[in-house]
Design a protein around this ligand. Structure first.
Ligand code: B12
Ligand code: SF4
Length: 499
């Protein structure tokens, strides 16, 4: 999926400058290739954004560019939290000429103009209010992101060797993009491990409904024109944080016929409202990402997420599934009350619920979070700068009731069992009452999600996956073909009756 920040800042760039966007996920380049590209294109300023998770790699690229004499500015959550690291003021190497702290919507144009005049400062920061807090962009008006003309082909999720065949299915599946749209920023909940409340602030800001609907309509027109599929990821941290406002937005989307299939993040405590869930379904909502974190209420209390009650999860998932909406359920292992066996205990619960897409991570102290401060004060950090020595699934502190290695094993075990061919078949069987299209969509989503953990980047890996899951694929294909044939055989008069 494309990263929103670069498209947003491109739209906010003064018109006399040209911006070229490169997403390292879609277009992999080595440091030398990037330097060569920037030299050839005469690039004068490079902006690099990175989450903590990928910052070590971002620094390597920044270093190579600076060595070649090209100015680098870095922005995003990590450098906002650790500006001294990027500027080499913590005793380490300097990686950036400048950093843009916090939300850069209003500082970006200033920064670009300074750079053009050769007067780039070290730090760009939003203005502050009387209390010393950043003044946040209101998101009204919101910049026009020209999705209708942008080069999205590089982000298509359909592997290239399957494009020809897929383009012949239904309305066309030769291209499939997921596009990020924000409708608002900020979350006041302050979960201990999360950077969002600190970064975006606890005051929530929304775009107007009209501007969101207008963006959706443009995307819908593009999908139709290209005979491809576009789904939207509403990247708001908690789309339903203001239920009243979300209901008005969803009603406006429905009234304008702007529905596209979408996924959004919503915490479980906000999904108890039947009317809201009806509107989500009618407005195109297909998947909801729920940060469930743990099935143990003690753990939830420890991380200040008591408002989300594990006892409610089953009812929440049933309510969604009744409307053919499924959940991406996210769990964290290595919490302070976790003991060996936590994966099996969690999966026992997960497998008794409506099937969804479970994902598993580990409690990770991101800089500037209350969790980081607590663990540091308690002397529990084993790798205080874990982002500079990234190791997959290796925790950066020792949990209280298990070892770091046990937490790693639990996480791997959970991924393996959750996406095994047997579990895939069970999950599809559990929704046998749902229309065939939903079941096929569910299986495809399982195949993609498994790719977060299992390497799945080439043809061989995909063929192996399809072979392993051939039984369930065969069953669904057979049923799909006969449903399609039956629909074609229906006399035309029946359609007239129905209207
Ligand atoms: C969408 C999203 C994802 C997508 C990313 C794919 C994509 N293409 O977008 C997915 C779902 C894959 C994802 C994954 C992960 N994510 Co995420 N994600 C987000 C989310 C919800 C939205 C990002 C976004 O677009 N925000 C809106 C834009 C406008 O804000 P922004 O990116 O911060 O950009 C603004 C400023 O930061 C600044 N800026 C940003 N970059 C730059 C660069 C320059 C040069 C400049 C000048 C300015 C600038 O300008 C922008 C406008 O103001 C954020 C939370 C959030 N609300 O931001 C979490 C968030 C970024 N994710 C987070 C995390 C932890 C992860 C994971 C590690 C989770 C996990 N355990 O696996 C993974 C890591 C992915 C990886 N590469 O390995 C954390 C990061 C914390 C941190 N310190 O790094 C966040 C903040 C959420 C949180 N709960 O704390 N994520
Ligand atoms: S509800 Fe989600 S976005 Fe809000 S503070 Fe908690 S984890 Fe972060």
């Amino acid at each position: 999926m494309p990263h929103l920040w670069m498209f947003l800042l491109q739209s906010l760039t003064p018109k006399e400058h040209e911006v070229v966007l490169i997403d390292g996920n879609a277009k992999a380049m080595s440091e030398a290739e990037l330097v060569e590209f920037c030299r050839k294109e005469n690039v004068e300023l490079v902006g690099i954004g990175a989450m903590t998770r990928m910052v070590a790699r971002a620094y390597k690229f920044a270093d190579a560019l600076r060595d070649a004499g090209i100015k680098v500015v870095m922005g995003g959550p990590h450098v906002t939290e650790c500006p001294d690291e990027a500027l080499g003021k913590d005793g380490g190497q300097r990686h950036a000429d400048a950093v843009a702290l916090g939300e850069a919507d209003e500082t970006w144009a200033l920064l670009v103009n300074d750079a053009a005049r050769g007067e780039l400062k070290e730090i760009y920061q939003p203005e502050t209010d009387q209390k010393g807090n950043d003044k946040k962009p209101s998101l009204q008006p919101y910049p026009h992101i020209p999705w209708e003309t942008l080069d999205l082909d590089q982000f298509s999720l359909v592997p290239s060797f399957m494009r020809g065949f897929m383009s012949k299915l239904g309305d066309g599946w030769g291209k499939f993009f997921v596009v990020p749209i924000e409708t608002g920023r900020g979350c006041p909940y302050g979960c201990e491990f999360c950077t969002v409340t600190g970064f975006f602030g606890d005051s929530i800001r929304f775009r107007t409904n009209e501007s969101v609907v207008e963006e959706l309509l443009r995307l819908k027109a593009r999908a139709r024109k290209e005979k491809g599929q576009i789904a939207v990821f509403f990247i708001d941290d908690n789309l339903a944080i203001n239920k009243k406002r979300l209901k008005t937005l969803l009603r406006d989307i429905i009234a304008a016929g702007a529905q596209l299939p979408w996924v959004a993040q919503i915490s479980a405590n906000l999904l108890g409202d039947e009317e809201l869930v009806d509107l989500i379904a009618d407005a195109g909502g297909k998947w909801v990402f729920i940060g469930m974190e743990s099935i143990d209420p003690m753990n939830m209390a420890d991380v200040n997420k008591n408002f989300s009650k594990p006892g409610d999860y089953q009812a929440v998932l049933d309510r969604l599934a009744k409307r053919n909406i499924y959940a991406i359920t996210s769990f964290i292992f290595g919490m302070d009350n976790d003991t060996p066996g936590v994966a099996d205990r969690t999966l026992e619960q997960v497998n008794s619920w409506q099937p969804g897409l479970p994902v598993f991570g580990q409690l990770t102290p991101f800089p500037a979070t209350p969790l980081y401060t607590r663990l540091e004060k308690a002397g529990r950090m084993t790798r205080p700068k874990h982002w500079l020595e990234f190791a997959p699934f290796v925790m950066a502190h020792t949990p209280l009731k298990m070892t770091i290695e046990q937490a790693r094993q639990e996480t791997l075990h959970a991924w393996q069992l959750s996406y095994s061919p047997e579990r895939n078949a069970e999950a599809i069987a559990a929704i046998s009452d749902a229309p065939i299209g939903y079941r096929i969509g569910h299986l495809v989503a399982r195949f993609f999600f498994r790719g977060i953990y299992f390497p799945q980047m080439n043809k061989r890996a995909w063929i192996k996956l399809l072979l392993e899951n051939r039984r369930v694929i065969y069953g669904l294909t057979k049923e799909g073909v006969s449903t399609y044939r039956a629909a074609k055989r229906k006399p035309k008069g029946r359609l007239a009756d129905a209207t």
